[in-house]
Structure formats: structure tokens, C-alpha cells
Design a protein around this ligand. Structure first.
Ligand SMILES: Nc1ncnc2c1ncn2[C@@H]1O[C@H](COP(=O)(O)OP(=O)(O)OP(=O)(O)O)[C@@H](O)[C@H]1O
Length: 195
């Protein structure tokens, strides 16, 4: 019996788009949706970083390329390739969402979106703890995304992938236009068991 649904697949294949379509359908059918997704930020045609966007429309930095990130002022820098992760900004926006969904009043018939559990997000130990708590919690269904394995295994990502209560869909260019109904069916099934 699955409790959570995760999408995986290569970068840019359409995971976030599917999460957004699934959320629209869930909201139309009366299911509450909370959480966040990440969105690339472009300036003058080039990608300058990523933002975290909550379901209620709040937005903050997740990362910026080095030349627009500003000076670190001696603070420890967390980087992924050319991107400098803005850990305080990410944590200020994302962590309160977990606290809310974890409360008894906020949890049932609700889907909590975590898009994504990736290298940048995993610099936050508080985020890792919050994800684990939500995965283990009794009444909330997660719709999340994880990257495909590449290079050094990412602890929490592999943990999620191998959990018996997580249904993982692998998104490809071939199936991305046909997989939404299967994702929604899996989520409805999860919700039946957590309601
Ligand atoms: N089914 C589709 N058909 C055509 N284009 C699509 C489709 N789904 C997504 N795209 C386009 O592909 C691009 C990447 O989509 P999206 O952000 O959903 O991918 P992603 O897998 O979440 O990427 P990332 O790994 O960077 O998070 C976007 O420009 C989006 O409009």
C-alpha cells in the first residue's frame, strides 16, 4: 500500500509541469494542496538561478549563479556547479510549510508537494529532517520529485526511492503526455488510505 507518490526523470523532462497539472486536478476535486516547487529564473535569455515558489504564491531564492549571488561575507558557501545556494532564503520559505502540514488540523485529505528533493535542497539538515518526518507521518500524502541517480548517491533521495510506501513514476519524453491519469489514480489511492 502506497502513501506517497514521487516523480523522477532527467532534468527538464517535465516533472514540475506534471506536478502542477496534478495539483490543478486535485484542487478541482476538493483536495487541499500545500507545499512548494522550484522554478528556474531567467534573465535576458540565460538561466541565473532557481526560485522556490509556494502553493500560495510566495517566492524566494533557492540559488543564483555566482556573479549575481553577491558576496558571501565569510559565511560558508553551498554550491552546486555554478550555483550558490541561498540556504536562509530556502529554509525561511520551505520549513514553515512542513510545520503547518504536520499539525493535526492541517493534514488529512491533503497533498503536500515537495518539488524537489535535490542536491541544492539537501544542504539543509532541517529540510532533511522535515521530509523524513512527513514521510513517516500518518496522515499526509506527499507528491514529490527526485532526480535520477547520477554521480555520488544522495542519501535521502535513495532512501525515498527505495521506501516500500512510495510509488515512483519515471517520467520520459515518451510517456509525459500520457502519465498524468496514472499519477492522479495513485494519489487518490494514497488519499483513501490516509483520510
Ligand atoms: N509534455 C510536455 N510537452 C512539451 N514540453 C513540455 C512538456 N512538459 C514540460 N515541457 C517543457 O519542458 C520544460 C521543462 O519542464 P519542467 O520544468 O516541467 O521539467 P522538470 O523535469 O521539472 O525540470 P527540472 O529537472 O529542471 O526540475 C519547460 O519549458 C516545459 O514547458
Amino acid at each position: 500500500m502506497f502513501k506517497h507518490v514521487f516523480l523522477t526523470g532527467p532534468p527538464g523532462v517535465g516533472k514540475t509541469t506534471l506536478v502542477q497539472k496534478a495539483c490543478e486536478a486535485l484542487v478541482s476535486s476538493g483536495v487541499g494542496v500545500e507545499g512548494f516547487y522550484t522554478e528556474e529564473v531567467r534573465e535576458g535569455g540565460r538561466r541565473v538561478g532557481f526560485d522556490v515558489v509556494t502553493m500560495t504564491g510566495e517566492r524566494g531564492h533557492l540559488s543564483r549563479i555566482r556573479d549575481v549571488a553577491g558576496a558571501s561575507h565569510g559565511r560558508r558557501e553551498y554550491t552546486v556547479g555554478q550555483y550558490v545556494v541561498d540556504l536562509p532564503s530556502f529554509e525561511n520559505l520551505a520549513l514553515p510549510l512542513f510545520r503547518n502540514v504536520g499539525s493535526a488540523a492541517g493534514a488529512s485529505r491533503k497533498v503536500f508537494v515537495i518539488d524537489e528533493i535535490g542536491k541544492m535542497e539537501l544542504f539543509s539538515q532541517s529540510f532533511i529532517r522535515s521530509v523524513r518526518q512527513t514521510l513517516d507521518g500518518s496522515s499526509c500524502t506527499i507528491l514529490g520529485t527526485i532526480p535520477i541517480p547520477k554521480g555520488k548517491p544522495l542519501g535521502l533521495v535513495e532512501e525515498v526511492r527505495s521506501r516500500r510506501d512510495v510509488k515512483v513514476f519515471t517520467v520520459s519524453k515518451e510517456n509525459r503526455n500520457a502519465i498524468l491519469q496514472d499519477i492522479l489514480a495513485a494519489l487518490q489511492d494514497c488519499l483513501k488510505h490516509t483520510a
